[in-house]
Design a protein around this ligand. Structure first.
Ligand SMILES: C[S@@+](CC[C@H](N)C(=O)[O-])C[C@H]1O[C@@H](n2cnc3c(N)ncnc32)[C@H](O)[C@@H]1O
Length: 294
């Protein structure tokens, strides 16, 4: 299964990917964006790509022709500065962050990212490194803490009711699978909420994933570190998929603009065209923001 990369044309344009320039793809996924960048930076441009998921990382089959131009590392972009310095990679003309998880995680990882298939509630992007799978949060955290997670990372308006229902249910039997959790959510929320456009479990699943992987904190750290490896005129391009991420990126760019470190290139986020959304419905919530190092 191929992850269809989103906003690729716009990424190439805003990164100013041209022959012989070097870029960082901080979120390699299945490599769609990296391959597009490598195509534009022929013959000698390089990409340093980072992917935190060890299984996804291993599944990529590197075309021998690209060996000299693609360096793929299994690590977190929160270590970006060290990775770049250890490899002596550069000069770096731009960095791309395509946030969140890949379609592969929802459809293939079997780690419970989606409520549409019945799997163990794990949700760790790197199960070898992160210690707390989602089922531990659900079965061991206090009701208050679960409510806080659902509110803070899911903006879930029924956080209190859902947290209460989770704690009541787990007293009877631990909640270990996506289906068990989804049923608890469906029983806890009002009927009208189940008729909304998005499924009533969507925000809870988003919140758990963010909490398990410490996603918002990591984004900040990754963006901060990218500033250390770029030079004046290099660009940071970020794609986010929900309002929490987008707000964070917008805020980060604003703060750094105030400090005269970044110039904001996109006053308003770039969104996919209607045509792209028809071809790739998963792109519908994508927002792209760009800033340039001063
Ligand atoms: C939206 S996908 C990227 C898709 C990619 N642009 C493509 O074309 O296939 C985001 C990827 O970032 C990875 N990721 C999440 N957190 C990460 C981190 N802290 N460091 C490195 N990669 C991370 C996820 O495992 C996922 O594969």
């Amino acid at each position: 299964m191929i992850h269809v990369p989103v906003l690729t044309k716009e990424i190439i344009q805003y990164l100013k990917a041209e022959p012989n320039k070097n870029f960082i793809d901080a979120t390699f996924g299945q490599g769609g964006h990296t391959l597009a960048i490598l195509e534009k930076t022929k013959p000698d441009g390089k990409v340093l790509a980072i992917e935190y998921d060890p299984i996804l990382y291993r599944s990529f089959k590197l075309n021998p022709n690209l060996k000299k131009r693609l360096i793929l590392i299994n690590d977190s972009y929160t270590n970006l500065e060290k990775i770049v310095k250890d490899l002596n990679f550069g000069p770096v003309h731009g960095a791309l962050f395509d946030l969140g998880v890949s379609m592969w995680h929802f459809k293939k990882s079997k780690r419970g990212f989606s409520f549409q298939t019945n799997e163990i509630l794990d949700m760790r992007i790197n199960p070898y490194k992160e210690e707390i799978p989602a089922y531990k949060i659900i079965n061991e955290y206090s009701e208050q803490k679960i409510e806080e997670i659902l509110r803070k990372f899911g903006e879930e308006k029924f956080a209190k009711r859902i947290a209460k229902a989770i704690v009541l249910q787990r007293k009877k039997k631990p909640i270990l699978t996506t289906l068990e959790l989804t049923k608890v959510i469906e029983r806890a929320v009002p009927r009208w909420y189940k008729k909304q456009k998005i499924h009533c479990a969507t925000r809870v699943f988003q919140a758990l994933r963010i909490a398990v992987n410490n996603e918002l904190e990591n984004i900040k750290r990754g963006l901060e570190q990218s500033l250390e490896v770029l030079f004046s005129g290099s660009r940071i391009v970020v794609i986010s998929f929900h309002s929490l991420e987008d707000r964070l990126v917008k805020q980060f760019f604003k703060e750094k603009a105030k400090e005269n470190i970044l110039k904001i290139i996109t006053k308003k986020p770039i969104i996919p065209s209607k045509k792209e959304i028809i071809i790739n419905p998963a792109s519908r919530s994508a927002k792209l923001r760009v800033a340039e190092l001063i």
